[in-house]
Design a binder for this molecule. Structure first.
Ligand code: SAM
Ligand code: DTB
Ligand code: SF4
Length: 345
């Protein structure tokens, strides 16, 4: 019990031990929810949820072998490979997202890493989306230091690059790039002063200890990610993980709650997997400290809840979309997310 109570002040720490994180995951559900709710309220308005919209600007045909991913070329998932979208089409989709109430627009590409010749095209998209008054986010795979600098200069606010799972489980899921490659890309992103969006997937067959280690690794990064997407595995036919056992939904809520406790000032995003979650399960995730969602009827290739359904859920729970403030940050309880990730941690 003593290891658990040491963390009650919700200070930002980077020295979490696995046994401490495991002790949090093991708490009686009511105690864990109360603790996570307390951390959430200490740092945010618990009735506000940040709303991001995703667009796949380059779909499918990816050379990597991520076992969960419908966009990996080697799996027969029925996802057709496309070229990079035209800028005008991307801007039209961003306009629609803004009109629907999104404050952040995230552009995803099924690349191992962008080719240098792709960067000016993506940079033009970023400039256009930013000029609409939206926060910009991109997820394009591994980045070199120079690519990170070019994207930052184009006005990119956030870069999403996930650890995906615990270091010791990683090799059971992905074989075409190393865990260290992910850490290197995150370092390049932080070094140019861009905000990081980094999380992973639960429900891939990992143990509770491995979930603890995944969360511990995220929290012990040199700066806590500004956004932490927690995805529940979307099982897609044709991928190696399509037939795995379902995760106990309370275990998913526990993962969100511990993410909130370890990274008290970060936005925790209830990310992929909402389409098959009940309203009640999503409400538990918000109580556990999730305060961001992807909004829009599609994620990258898989479905997300209908926007009307999401707005009804917000309404029934008294949740409001988190507003954007003038200087480009999202409003926290009394904290405005500063320009640099390191200022958060
Ligand atoms: N290709 C780039 C990369 O891997 O970094 C960017 C896009 S990739 C689709 C972004 C993230 O989506 C992955 O890191 C993974 O966490 C998440 N993801 C992909 N397929 C998923 C699935 N079936 N269920 C849940 N999350 C998934
Ligand atoms: C993240 O962590 N989840 C999003 C976003 N970052 C890019 C992607 C979820 C993808 C789910 C599977 C699909 O739609 O293809
Ligand atoms: Fe490619 Fe990204 Fe999917 Fe992995 S997660 S297969 S890198 S698109």
């Amino acid at each position: 019990m003593s290891t658990v109570s040491q963390s009650r002040d919700f200070t930002v720490r980077h020295d979490w031990r696995r046994d401490e994180v495991r002790a949090l995951l093991d708490l009686p559900f009511a105690d864990l929810m109360a603790r996570a709710g307390e951390a959430h309220r200490a740092n945010f308005d618990p009735n506000q949820v940040q709303v991001s919209t995703l667009l796949s600007v380059k779909t499918g045909g990816c050379p990597e072998d991520c076992s969960y991913c419908p966009q990996a070329q080697r799996y027969n998932t029925g996802v057709d490979a496309t070229k990079l979208m035209e800028m005008d089409d991307v801007l039209e989709r961003a306009r629609q997202a803004k009109a629907n109430g999104a404050t952040r627009f995230c552009m995803g590409a099924a690349w191992r890493s962008p080719k240098d010749r792709d960067i000016p095209k993506v940079a033009a998209m970023i400039k256009g989306v930013k000029a609409m008054g939206l926060e910009t986010c991109a997820t394009l795979g591994m980045l070199s230091a120079t690519q990170a600098k070019d994207l930052k200069e184009a006005g990119l606010d956030y870069y999403n690059h996930n650890l995906d799972t615990a270091p010791e489980f990683y090799n059971e899921i992905i074989h075409t790039r190393e865990f260290q490659d992910r850490l290197d890309t995150l370092e390049h992103v932080r070094d140019v002063g861009m905000k990081t969006c980094c999380g992973g997937i639960v429900g891939m067959g990992e143990t509770r200890n491995q979930r603890a280690d995944f969360l511990r690794t995220l929290a012990n990064l040199p700066a806590h990610p500004d956004s932490v997407p927690i995805n529940r595995l979307v099982k897609v036919e044709g991928t190696p993980l399509a037939e795995g056992k379902d995760l106990d939904p309370f275990e998913f809520v526990r993962t969100i709650a511990v993410a909130r406790l370890l990274m008290p000032k970060s936005m925790v995003r209830l990310s992929a997997g909402r389409e098959t979650m009940s309203d009640e399960l999503q409400a538990l995730c918000f109580l556990a400290g999730a305060n961001s969602i992807f909004y829009g009827e599609k994620l990258l290739t898989t479905p997300n809840p209908e926007t009307d359904k999401d707005m009804q859920l917000f309404d029934r729970l008294g949740i409001e979309p988190m507003p954007l403030v003038e200087n480009g940050g999202t409003v926290h309880a009394d904290i405005i997310q500063p320009e640099s990730a390191s200022a958060v941690a």
